[in-house]
Design a protein around this ligand. Structure first.
Ligand SMILES: Cc1cc2nc3c(=O)[nH]c(=O)nc-3n(C[C@H](O)[C@H](O)[C@H](O)COP(=O)(O)OP(=O)(O)OC[C@H]3O[C@@H](n4cnc5c(N)ncnc54)[C@H](O)[C@@H]3O)c2cc1C
Length: 441
């Protein structure tokens, strides 16, 4: 990581934690009101910090490039997922500690006599619980991605709104200029983030449409879509990056999917993505008609040689994980980049090796060697590698000065994990290893 990136990351983390605990500082500006002991104050503090963390999720999930670029969006989503659990725990403990330390407050749980702010507080807690449980157990509940996303988005907003109503109704630590000012500022910032993501961003995308010019079948049940910008210059991206595509729908719709660019980053007047038939949406990608309007949000991602400059590169990919790598190789060819590159490319079958012929061409243009690995049935007379990639197989092909290279892995999550272990077994530092997951959720 460069010093600039390090300082930027540290700065953003500092801002995040300051905003998270800001309500505590404001609480401390006044003496504790009489009759409220430590545990009650602790409970209120936990509730405030938990809510502040939940509100900040609107920034974490808003895909703001300035906020995500130092870390990579996958890391930000991972953080969002884990920090939500901590935030929920704080909010839950707020209620539990309050009821244990002041058992007389338990009577407020009776909805008949309970004040409105208590009812909305409990409803907010339940709403957060629904968001957390449906996220952790989406697949177990059989929730498809789109339905989950809808539930997740709307219920999160409702949960935060109910919790804000709760603290206003309770009225502790929200009186006075400083406290009121802080809460108004924080809530306004959350609302602005929401409006920007749900309204402004789609409007910006509406003004920068793309048209699908060509849909080409590739080996391995994959399709390459060529996209041409309509009335604008297109998007500058770095080789290896990805974007969210909304194909044939309005940018206000939630039907968007992340795909890596597979074309050269040097050609932005027309760009390509290559999609493998896998699920509900992708299995029908070959039916998309040329002329279909598409919206692109991006680019995102840190899986790019432009960010990790090195004397040479080793790529280890499996299946459709080849897409960001082909973009990197095509870009290197357009840039006449002669740095040495070794590509391990594993696939079930030889026939299904997407971009096989393109890689043959690139081997002629670049200082590139491709090691094909077949994990399923190999064709007769196959002399190449077979089976799962392991340390021995990698070591057989690595150059002597392998420590100087930067390593990039893209493939199914279990494969990535296994390869990182194998690279560790070869004595390579994971600091030199970048990976891209095609599964954020
Ligand atoms: C950074 C990144 C780059 C990717 N690049 C490529 C690529 O170049 N080529 C390619 O073929 N695939 C790529 N993918 C994977 C691709 O986005 C999914 O295969 C596709 O969205 C699955 O949609 P589906 O409806 O066909 O599958 P489903 O069977 O409905 O979903 C399968 C799984 O994919 C995930 N998923 C579904 N929809 C979305 C969504 N809108 N956003 C995020 N995750 C979702 C969910 O975990 C879901 O359980 C990439 C994914 C990521 C995160």
């Amino acid at each position: 990581m460069s010093l600039r990136h390090f300082l930027r990351s540290a700065y953003l983390i500092g801002v995040y934690f300051t905003l998270t605990i800001a309500p505590l500082f404001v609480m401390l500006t006044d003496p504790t009101p009489p009759g409220r002991g430590f545990w009650r104050e602790c409970s209120i503090g936990l509730g405030f910090v938990g809510l502040s963390m939940m509100g900040l999720q609107f920034f974490l999930t808003g895909r703001f490039q300035r906020l995500t670029s130092p870390y990579g969006i996958d890391v930000v989503y991972h953080f969002h997922r884990n920090i939500s659990l901590i935030a929920f725990l704080f909010i839950f403990l707020h209620a539990v500690i309050l009821f244990i330390s002041s058992p007389e407050t338990l009577i407020l749980l009776n909805p008949v006599i309970s004040p409105w702010w208590m009812i909305v507080g409990v409803a907010g807690l339940l709403a957060f619980a629904i968001v957390i449980v449906t996220s952790l157990y989406r697949l177990k509940f059989g929730l498809c991605y789109e339905h989950w996303r809808l539930i997740h988005g709307y219920i999160s907003v409702v949960a935060v709104a109910l919790s804000v109503a709760h603290i206003i109704g309770v009225g502790y630590y929200v009186e006075g200029y400083l406290k009121r000012g802080l809460w108004i500022t924080m809530i306004t910032a959350w609302l602005l983030a929401l409006v920007y993501v749900r309204v402004m961003k789609p409007i910006i995308m509406l003004r920068r449409p793309y048209t699908i010019e060509k849909v080409k079948r590739e080996r391995g049940n994959s399709w390459t879509l060529t996209l041409r910008p309509e009335g604008h210059k297109g998007m500058n991206f770095r080789p290896g990056q990805f974007a969210w595509l909304t194909i044939g729908k309005s940018p206000f719709s939630i039907r968007e999917h992340p795909f890596s660019f597979s074309s050269s980053a040097m050609k932005t007047d027309s760009m390509q993505v290559t999609v493998k038939e896998l699920g509900d949406f992708t299995s029908r990608i070959g039916e998309v008609a040329p002329g279909t309007r598409t919206y692109i949000e991006g680019p995102y991602g840190t899986f790019t040689v432009d960010r990790h400059v090195a004397p040479g590169y080793i790529f280890i990919t499996g299946g459709v994980g080849i897409t960001p790598v082909i973009s990197i190789l095509r870009t290197m060819a357009d840039r006449n980049d002669r740095r040495p590159v070794l590509l391990f490319y594993s696939n079930k079958t030889w026939e299904g090796m997407t971009f096989r012929e393109d890689l043959d061409e690139l081997e002629k243009q670049l200082n590139l060697r491709v090691v094909y690995i077949i994990t399923g049935d190999a064709p007769e007379g196959w002399q190449g590698e077979r089976g799962r990639i392991n340390a021995e197989m990698i070591a057989r092909h690595l150059p002597a000065d392998r420590m100087r290279y930067k390593y990039f892995i893209c493939g199914p999550d279990p494969m990535q994990k296994a390869i990182k272990n194998e690279l560790g077994n070869l004595g390579l530092s994971l600091e030199n290893v970048e990976s891209e997951s095609f599964n954020f959720v």
